[in-house]
Ligand binder design. Sequence first.
Ligand SMILES: [Ca+2]
Ligand SMILES: [Ca+2]
Length: 226
Amino acid sequence: MKKYIFTLIAIMASVLISQAETVDTIAQFDNTHYDGWVYSKTTVPLSSSNIMQNKINLYGDYILTSPLMNSGGVDSISVSVKTHSNINTSSYNPTQGSPTFTLIDENDNELASVFYKFEDAQEHRAFSVKIDLCNVEATQFKLQLSCKDATLNSALSIREVIVESLAAPVMGDVDGDGTVTSADITVLYNYLLNNDSSCIVNGDQDGDGSVTAGDITLIYNILLGS
Ligand SMILES: [Ca+2]
Ligand SMILES: [Ca+2]
């Protein structure tokens, strides 16, 4: 029974560590973090003087643009947004304030676009969208938030934007340092022989649900180039 429980815990641990994704905050906007962000129809760098009451309003041609971010090694981004609205929901259609998230390259060419439709009226919102970068070939990109259907009276007020990059694990990279080396094999040996999982970030390399000698073989094959 003890052995069974130990095996079960080991399998659960291996599944957990095999699903790790690297998450980094790569851009942030709020009333104290606005360096490099631009707000306007034209090009107005953000400053404390145009962030009114800790928020900026999006409607019509007004756009909030992030600083340039690097797309290298990034699988997708997660954009978390907090909003605040004073709109009179009995007078305005709340979906008018639905935002569009657009990725552009450094020459302002559109790379991807996601529309997030509000289904109901809420004064405060906190929501996240995930944008895939798999088909984005540009090495750098910016994020734009816009709300073209809104008017001054139904504007979307942005309080906070946090952009996080989600990077898929590198195949064979057990210790999560970004490269595949003999150290990744050593880490797996330590786990299999001594039950030491302290350096494992992604143990289950072949995706069979457990960490075994098969995962070591897979890394050997990567190192040998086969
Ligand atoms: Ca490694
Ligand atoms: Ca495995």
